[in-house]
Design a protein around this ligand. Structure first.
Ligand code: PEP
Ligand code: MG
Length: 293
């Protein structure tokens, strides 16, 4: 890693033919930020905020969340930090949510569905995020989106949150980028309409593969069938990229597939603007990009 770092530190992620792309890192908690900086990632492309909820005995307070988001933003010193709102349910359970046992949890009450049903939980997180936005370059994204209506509801709640902060004289940035994860076939199929509503997309290939192929990503018995290289999955990624760009929006990819170096060239050809991978894969990916024509 040292040799790679010396070779790449401060260098652009540009192909031999001059195409540039951002390489960011995925993190799961505050302690991971050190690895992001050590591996010289351009930003954080996915901060899974769930850990705040999973490690707590009860709902994390606005103040507690604010402190974490602020520290991440400050430590990243101006580099972009894309924080994903609560993506709980299915495989990620916290007892104090009192979620019912479900027959099909992956298709169930989870992520944005919980947030839109329990707006108080959602607003607490959004207030913390907007407050933290005054301390760095925070962007916010929403998981498991399937409709334009969901995005409009989210935007209405954000408007309320901002108005409340303003009224009480609490600092926040007005230009925080907001985006959605593209991880359902529904979101891909309506991505042209969704792109009109948001600043960016980020493709979650783990769930997009699960929902496109109808294969439970948790079921080890199906590992040999779970194929993120399936042409249907790649066609979904391309469609989302084309529709984002048709509306002048940028698109990243933050699922595990971003670290698959056999697909880097394909992703560049599709015009993806950002790839976000685990910190350990940042330097190998950056090296790979610089070798592509
Ligand atoms: C994904 O679904 O690809 C993703 C990045 O989110 P998670 O793995 O947390 O569901
Ligand atoms: Mg996901």
């Amino acid at each position: 890693r040292k040799a790679l770092l010396n070779e790449l530190k401060g260098k652009e992620n540009v192909t031999l033919s001059g195409r540039k792309i951002n390489v960011y890192a995925n993190i799961g908690n505050l302690a991971d930020v050190g690895a992001v900086l050590k591996n010289d990632a351009g930003g954080i492309g996915l901060f899974r905020s769930e850990f705040l909820y999973l490690e707590n005995e009860t709902f994390p307070s606005e103040e507690q969340q604010f402190q974490v988001y602020r520290q991440v933003a400050e430590n990243m010193a101006g580099r972009k930090v894309i924080i994903r709102t609560l993506d709980i349910g299915a495989d990620k359970q916290a007892p104090y949510f009192h979620l019912d046992k479900e027959e099909n949890p992956a298709l169930g009450y989870r992520a944005i569905r919980i947030c839109l049903t329990e707006p108080d939980i959602f607003k607490t997180q959004l207030r913390a995020l907007y407050r933290a936005s005054a301390y760095g370059q925070i962007a916010i994204m929403f998981p498991m989106i399937i409709s334009v209506e969901e995005v409009r509801k989210i935007k209405a709640i954000i408007k309320e949150v901002k108005a409340e902060l303003k009224e009480t004289g609490i600092a926040y940035r007005d230009d925080v980028e907001t985006g959605i994860m593209i991880e359902t076939p529904a979101a891909v199929m309506i991505s042209r309409e969704l792109a009109k509503e948001v600043d960016f997309f980020s493709i979650g290939t783990n769930d997009l593969t699960q929902y496109t192929l109808a294969i439970d990503r948790q079921n080890e018995k199906l590992d040999s069938f779970y194929d993120p290289h399936h042409p249907a999955v790649l066609a979904m990624i391309k469609m989302a990229a084309d529709n984002a760009h048709a509306e002048g929006k940028w698109i990243g990819l933050c699922g595990e597939l971003g670290a698959d170096l056999t697909l880097t060239e394909t992703f560049l050809e599709m015009g993806l603007d950002e790839l976000s991978v685990s910190p350990a894969m940042v330097l190998p990916l950056r090296k790979k990009i610089r070798e592509i024509r």
